[in-house]
Ligand binder design. Structure first.
Ligand code: DQA
Length: 136
């Protein structure tokens, strides 16, 4: 399950110099084509509680969660707690290298409870996360 947080629905038009010019749907289509044997689900929300509910919903039955909580990464104790509460391993991903950006993006409430973190590889970060589950 790929879970994307706030403003990631604007991929393709939002700051394309940082996040690229591919839309979320275009990107998901290419990933699904590349991994035809993997069941890939996607959920995006701009609302913190909806992200928490989705993590809880899938977090006891799915094989893996790929989570880009976007700005909530740096603020949400609630999402961090949800990641800690579930059984499904969570890989935190970011499109940009958050450590090369503003100081407030260096903090993650998810990382301490994530299986791992992949960031800075553009949209390829998601693919690397998929591969990490497949190589397990
Ligand atoms: C992001 C990085 C966050 O700091 C930012 O708020 C985002 C996207 C990324 O994928 O690079 O919205 O998670």
């Amino acid at each position: 399950m790929i879970i994307n947080g706030p403003n990631l629905n604007l991929l393709g038009t939002r700051e394309p110099d940082i996040y690229g010019s591919l839309s979320l749907n275009e990107f998901l289509d290419t990933v699904k084509e590349k991994y035809p044997t993997v069941e890939i689900f996607h959920f995006q929300s701009n609302i913190e509680g909806e992200l928490i509910s989705k993590i809880q919903e899938v977090g006891f039955s799915f094989d893996g969660i790929i989570l880009n909580a976007a700005a909530y990464t740096h603020t949400s104790v609630g999402i961090g707690d949800a990641v800690k509460a579930v059984k499904t391993p969570v890989v935190e991903v970011h499109i940009s290298n958050t450590y090369a950006r503003e100081e407030f993006r260096h903090q993650s409430y998810i990382a301490p409870n994530a299986k791992g973190v992949i960031l800075g590889f553009g949209l390829q970060s998601y693919e690397l996360a998929i591969q990490s589950f497949l190589n397990d």
